[in-house]
Design a protein around this ligand. Structure first.
Ligand SMILES: Cc1cc2nc3c(=O)[nH]c(=O)nc-3n(C[C@H](O)[C@H](O)[C@H](O)COP(=O)(O)O)c2cc1C
Length: 308
């Protein structure tokens, strides 16, 4: 038996222990409760649910998805059921699960994040928060909170005060110095850092002479994102002393192992679940096979292997 377990919040009194390092990426796996999932979701390390806002949201204008070379552009616009329905309808289901569920939260103001965090605190079935700081800061002209270290730290500080849960902060690649943002977030009290969210992009339909997305721009995910994500994980792993969760273009176990060797303690599978709903489980089984083949008993031996 290989030991795949990961502690994602070693500095937190309660911790956040995962039986294995494979998580779902927010927005690509619903709430984990849908009957469309083709495998036992409780075999994964943890589920990260769809981004949750204070009020329910219908999302952006259609079309919201456009395929690009090696990638996917999305402008879903955080369509979700809102925090009250999540607490009432989803958390009771999660409370009976043996794996942790992490709620991804999104706000337009710092105060939104604080209110979300306090409404989710102490709710049975919720084991942690993932703070999505890729959202536009409406009071600062719409720049992403995570684009600069100060606003990233401001959100982290306010959520830290509002929650007793382990807190992951999810970084955006749309910034000039990801390591500085990571450091600011670490100092402001994050338990772990997940990265990356989607990279801003667009596509144009030349027959219609119009952008392909109703929202004009969107976020790029999928294989095209992987080298950028891997580089950023490597950078951040060298800058902060916190567990890192790698995400961006992970399709196979090979991809996941690259992120782990770059310094990630856990990984998230996102877009890969659309063409292959079993992708997270395939990645998990592939990691396990690789470890057996290489004679590695403990996943921790692989974390940061490419850095040494
Ligand atoms: C359709 C779609 C919806 C997403 N929704 C969210 C979200 O609500 N919150 C969030 O933090 N990230 C969201 N993401 C970003 C993913 O969680 C992930 O960070 C990104 O897609 C990169 O990973 P991937 O290449 O494996 O998909 C979404 C991505 C996609 C494709």
């Amino acid at each position: 038996m290989v030991n795949l377990s990961v502690q994602l919040a070693p500095k937190h009194p309660r911790g956040l222990l995962l039986a294995n390092p494979v998580m779902t990426a927010s927005g690509t796996f619903g709430y984990g409760t849908e009957d469309t999932h083709t495998f036992d979701v409780q075999r994964l390390g943890a589920i990260v649910c769809k981004g949750t806002t204070l009020e329910p949201k219908e999302g952006n204008r259609q079309p919201r998805l456009a395929e690009t070379a090696g990638g996917l552009l999305n402008s879903i616009g955080l369509e979700n059921i809102g925090v009250k329905a999540l607490v009432k309808e989803k958390a009771p289901i999660w409370a009976s699960w043996r794996i942790p569920v992490i709620v991804n939260i999104a706000g337009e103001t710092v105060d939104d994040y604080a209110r979300l965090a306090s409404q989710l605190d102490g709710v049975a079935g919720i084991s942690g928060l993932e703070v999505n700081i890729s959202c536009p800061n409406m009071k600062a002209g719409g720049a992403e909170f995570g684009a600069n270290p100060d606003s990233a730290a401001e959100v982290t500080t306010i959520v830290r005060k509002a929650t007793s849960l382990p807190m992951l902060v999810k970084l955006t690649p749309n910034t000039s110095d990801i390591a500085k943002v990571a450091l600011a977030v670490a100092e402001a009290g994050a338990d772990a850092i997940s990265l990356i969210n989607t990279l801003k992009g667009m596509a144009i339909d030349i027959a219609r002479r119009r952008p392909r997305l109703g929202n004009i721009t969107g976020g790029l995910s999928g294989p095209a994102l992987k080298p950028v994500a891997l580089y950023m994980v490597y950078e951040v792993a060298g800058a902060v002393d916190l567990p890192i969760i790698g995400c961006g273009g992970i399709i196979t176990a090979h991809d996941a192992i690259e992120f782990i060797m770059a310094g990630a303690s856990a990984i998230q599978v996102g877009t890969a679940s659309f063409p292959n709903p079993r992708a997270p489980l395939d990645v998990l089984e592939g990691i396990e096979q690789f470890m057996k083949k290489e004679g590695i008993n403990n996943l921790a031996e692989l974390v940061g292997a490419a850095r040494r």
